[in-house]
Design a protein around this ligand. Structure first.
Ligand code: HDE
Length: 712
């Protein structure tokens, strides 16, 4: 454990009590008995049957037999890290939650990122929503902000969640496909659920294939409530904005990464933290006074809507930093149990019907996943505020509660534990006036499913629109039933005609704006109730929705591949490497094998990769290192096609490439030389200040604007 980052960190101290190390220890059974032979079972004679008496064998095998627990029903694949939340602006005017009011206060956190649809062992690069779940270990108890990297959701009511998840998961007869939405059942459901169209725009955008978990936003999705000391209420939307900007990979790249390194995101997060490149996010809030609840052209309780930043700006109030990897994946990342219902005084729920359903689901699911109502006692889940109540017993109880009384009121226990008054931090729910008839219906204020889908689509840059169209074409081409494709195109026609036409053309279907009730559905289908109004959004265009407008001023933690061979120019290679590393980039050497490479100054470098053990898709940018002999070796028959493939693929994926001195022959043999356009991300031996230009190009992430030209 890195002690520097955990000084005075109450959660880390608490976890330490439960941590152990096997260093310099003798092997024992679970009963603490030292084991003398861990190689052979106890047998009746050397070649005889094993004996039932062998308690060491029995204990070992029995534990092994039971070492799997059910994976999460959704969000099964995850990566987690410890960190700190620091408050940079007090929110005392809006909430009494102490971790949000005491300026400069540091609160320990654990964050778990996840994909949604795939199983625990599935690829990181699936086109999917990403979970962004944050547990704040506050002094008032655990506060969980169980967020996603997209600010809206597919459905408006929790009762549709099992349908949504069944539709996106592998199909029930053959369990195909894994971690993919590109199949009939998903698009069948979506094509019949107009309320999902805004979320579909996000899911088909590049947000669904992040470059890194460190380069994506987090959103609380629902409106929550803040309550201050005086009882005044504000609606609040939560945001995490990554300091490295919001960046993605290309879809064709994502598919390749899934083959080359399906742990790409998990590895990236782990390595960044090990390298001291601590991921950071600005934490922000959008605040809306209670009395302004109805001032918007959508319902604040509708989780398929954003509050455009142009209408309510995001105020940055804190910093989230991840600074320590878990010591044990299972004990921490797997056993952590989040719940949007874990709140603290000063924060409350709204009547968003999706949120209301979540409030039931999360504890319930832990009971089957972690197996006992005592899951709060697992070290990673423990509150740093001590727990005192009359709940008792159950599987795997850890706490030894002293005393005779386990009920309240009591006199035997002196009345303890006592209820806390509000002034002592006792939680009270907001006193909200509620009245209504019991009714199973959707509010009319929720019946606008296309206007914010339009807002999102219209706010995208040209390359982003192309990616989104191509994603829809990819997904729907995998759908086998023409009526589903057609129905979905019929929904797109409500968002943007050009989009609908472009997709329809590639699917061989007609653009027919869907009419409700849909003719292809049984006459008594209640789907008519979900019919949408056609409205223009109040805000027509939002800069915050396009990744083109993200932060592009840093190359910190970008992975730059240096391709080289024996004879590379030692001085030049080391100079560039030093310069890039000074800017925070990570340089990794790629050679013809992983054997040490001799540079022209007699020094040696050991490459991390060979041309066959990695691929261009694992890097943000490439340098083809200078040095005549190095280039000669790269150009011999067995290496040439590998190097050129590396360069051509990076070029196709719009990455920055720097061709050093002496590398003309590689440049001319690659597709790069065919370029007929100005390309700021191709830097050659002819450029002035090439390293500065290269740094600028890497900071831009990709030249998506030149994608057509680079793929011509
Ligand atoms: Fe979840 N969700 N969810 N969800 N969710 C779970 O809880 C559920 C929703 C989210 O890293 C489960 O412990 C329902 C929205 C994240 O451990 C389960 C509904 C958002 C994670 C569950 C939703 C989320 C989960 C599965 C609709 C974004 C991973 C395992 C009513 C704001 C947490 C578990 C982690 C996990 C239910 C909708 C985010 C089954 C019923 C909206 C990040 O309880």
């Amino acid at each position: 454990m890195n002690m520097n980052t955990n000084e005075h960190n109450k959660k880390a101290e608490q976890l330490d009590v439960h941590s152990t190390s096997n260093d310099n220890e003798k092997l024992t059974t679970n009963q603490g008995l030292k084991i003398n032979n861990n190689q052979d079972s106890l047998k009746a004679g050397e070649r005889g049957p094993s004996l039932l008496e062998d308690f060491i064998l029995r204990e070992k095998i029995t534990h092994f037999d039971h070492e799997r627990i059910p994976e999460r029903v959704v969000h099964a694949r995850g990566s987690g890290a410890h960190g700190i939340f620091k408050l940079t602006k007090s929110l005392a005017e809006y909430t009494k939650a102490k971790f949000l009011t005491e300026l400069g206060k540091e609160t320990p956190v654990f964050v778990r990122f996840s994909t949604v649809a795939g199983s625990k062992g599935s690829t990181d690069l699936a086109r999917d929503v990403r979970g962004f779940a944050v547990k704040f270990y506050t002094e008032e108890g655990n506060y969980d902000l169980v967020a996603n990297n997209m600010p809206v959701f597919f459905i408006q009511d929790a009762i549709k969640f099992p349908d949504l998840v069944h539709a996106v998961k592998p199909e029930p007869d053959n369990e195909i496909p894994q971690a993919a939405s590109a199949h009939d059942t998903f698009w069948d459901f979506i094509s019949l659920m107009p309320e999902s169209m805004h979320m579909i725009m996000w899911l088909m955008s590049d947000r669904a294939i992040p470059r890194s978990l460190r380069m994506m936003e987090g959103f609380g999705v629902h409106s929550f409530k803040f309550i201050n000391e005086a009882g005044k209420v504000h609606f609040v939307k939560f945001h995490f904005k990554p300091r490295l900007g919001v960046h993605s990979v290309a879809w064709s790249e994502a598919q390749m990464i899934s083959g080359v390194d399906s742990d790409f995101h998990k590895r990236d997060l782990w390595e960044a933290i090990e390298n001291g490149d601590y991921p950071e996010w600005d934490f922000g809030v959008q605040l809306i006074p209670e009395e302004d609840e109805h001032k918007f052209d959508f319902d604040l309780l509708d989780p398929t809507k954003i509050v455009p930043e142009e209408e309510v700006p995001v105020e940055i109030v804190g910093t989230l930093t991840l600074n320590r990897n878990p010591d044990n994946f299972f004990a921490e990342t797997e056993q952590i149990a989040f719940h949007p219902g874990h709140i603290i005084p000063g924060i409350d729920f709204t009547n968003d019907p999706l949120l209301q359903g979540r409030l039931f689901s999360y504890t319930d699911t832990q009971l089957s996943r972690l197996g006992s109502p005592n899951f709060h006692e697992i070290p990673i889940n423990r509150s740093i505020n001590t727990v005192h109540n009359n709940q008792r017993d159950g599987h795997m109880r850890q706490q030894i509660v002293k005393g005779k009384s386990s009920y309240e009121p009591n006199s035997i226990g002196g009345g303890c534990p006592f209820q806390a008054m509000m002034s002592e931090g006792g939680f009270t729910s907001q006193q909200e006036r509620v009245s209504g008839v019991k009714i199973r219906e959707r509010s009319k204020s929720f019946v606008d499913h296309y206007s914010q889908a339009k807002l999102f689509y219209n706010s995208q840059s040209a390359p982003e629109k192309t990616h989104l169209q191509n994603a829809l074409i990819f997904e729907l081409s995998k759908v086998t039933r023409p009526e589903i494709r057609e129905r979905l195109v019929g929904q797109l026609a409500y968002i943007d005609t050009d989009l609908a036409w472009k997709v329809a053309e590639k699917l061989g279907v007609e653009v027919k704006k869907l009419e409700w009730p849909n003719q292809s559905l049984p006459a008594d289908s209640n789907i008519i109730e979900l019919q949408s109004e056609e409205r223009e959004p109040h805000t027509q265009f939002s800069d915050a929705l396009s990744m083109m407008n993200t932060i592009k001023n840093t190359i910190k933690s970008r992975k730059i591949g240096f391709i080289l061979a024996n004879g590379a120019d030692g001085g030049a290679v080391n100079d560039l490497k030093t310069k890039l590393e000074a800017e925070g980039a990570r340089v990794e050497l790629i050679a013809t094998s992983v054997a040490p490479v001799k540079l022209n100054d007699g020094s040696e470098l050991t490459p991390k990769h060979s041309l066959t053990s990695t691929a261009s898709v694992c890097f943000d940018a490439l340098t083809i290192c200078p040095g005549e002999n190095s280039v000669k070796e790269l150009m011999i028959a067995e290496n040439k096609h590998l190097v050129l493939h590396f360069i051509n693929e990076a070029y196709k994926h719009c990455k920055a490439i720097y061709f050093g001195k002496d590398t003309e022959v590689l440049y001319h043999n690659s597709n790069v030389s065919a370029k007929q356009h100005e390309d700021p991300a191709i830097i050659t031996w002819e450029d002035n200040d090439p390293s500065d230009k290269f740094i600028q190009a890497v900071a831009q992430h990709r030249v998506w604007d030149l994608e057509k030209e680079r793929n011509a």
